[in-house]
Design a protein around this ligand. Sequence first.
Ligand SMILES: Cc1ncc(COP(=O)(O)O)c(C=O)c1O
Length: 395
Amino acid sequence: MTRGGQNPDVNDPAAVPSSTVPSAGEPVPPVPLMDPKRAYDAWGPAAEQAVVEVLRSHCYLKGPRVAAFEDAFAAEVGVAEAIAVDSCTDALFLVLRAVLQDRPPEAREVILPPFTFVATASAVVNAGGTPIFADVDPATWNLSPASVAGLLNERTAAVVPVHIFGAPADVTGLREVLAAAGSNAFLLEDAAQAVQATLGGKQAGALCDAGAFSFYPSKNLAAVGDGGIVTTDDTDLAAMVRALRDHGQTRKMYDHDHVGTNSRMDELQAAVLHLKLAHLAGWTAERRAVAARYDAAFAGGTLQPQAVLPGSASAYHLYTVRAPERDALRARLQAAGIGCGVYYPVPLHRQACFAGGQEGACPEADALSAAVISLPCFPGMTAAEQDRVLDVLAS
Ligand SMILES: Cc1ncc(COP(=O)(O)O)c(C=O)c1O
């Protein structure tokens, strides 16, 4: 497992198992779950130079590099506005604060899936909302529109689909159930794992009223620390999030219209992320090629990969399958030196911090937590490493 418990971590020893020594011959090198170091040659030298430039500029916050990265990211996603913040947790929190702050406390229900990282729900609570867990679809593992339909009411302020593992949620289906219920609930996509995923020709981050991304170091677009961003076409919302990330200041310094927080991205992260953005399409293509190979190998077998909606493309932050005897398989993979991970072993509706109040309400999420396992899939993964994963699984 990861140090943090549920967040795929580049420093996680389980993600980088030790070599195995067969009874005869050379030790077999391990295959990590992910290995961001592989791509370093492509971006590292330029980043080292960019970091020195930022240091020598003595401008570390609120400078031109953050603004330039925001423009580049908005253009990449295809939205009018991108607001850089210091994590996806805060990206979710700040949008929800903006959406919830004018509503009475009893009308701040936010519907979200329980099969996600804890930050999706903690952002709801920290923004003054009440998380309401709807079940996930058994094939896509994302928020089920039918389950959401049963929970919508006049108290619903927002619905937060999560594009889990990088596969787009059924945003079209969600819009249909909102329209059928006459609900004007805000749609916020948690795209932490889904940069460059697409649905119907649009990128994640441009599918809902707003999107939230993570640049945590294990993410597909990774900062050299924490980072996140909000995307939206709504210029009023963008102005509010910009104010809230910087102590609620709007017109000028020391002029506070709102109670905000400090959630600014710094110039170092923006400089590095901006130059890595230029490589992202290639890295995403590499992830998709590995995933296509696994998909072909697993077709008709007992391992069931996450289904990707027609007309959509996953960003494959994690290539994950449902496995009949998951824990035995995990032990076998680890013994064979193949990195793997279980995300997420306990769904959020069963977590004590959310009162554990909805036991049994999300059976599909429960079943997934008991059966999923993520396999190595990352840019720079060699064909020989893919062969090894497939050989061990075939045995
Ligand atoms: C689905 C999801 N939402 C939110 C987050 C929080 O992102 P961050 O670590 O940037 O705060 C993560 C991070 O793992 C995530 O996977």
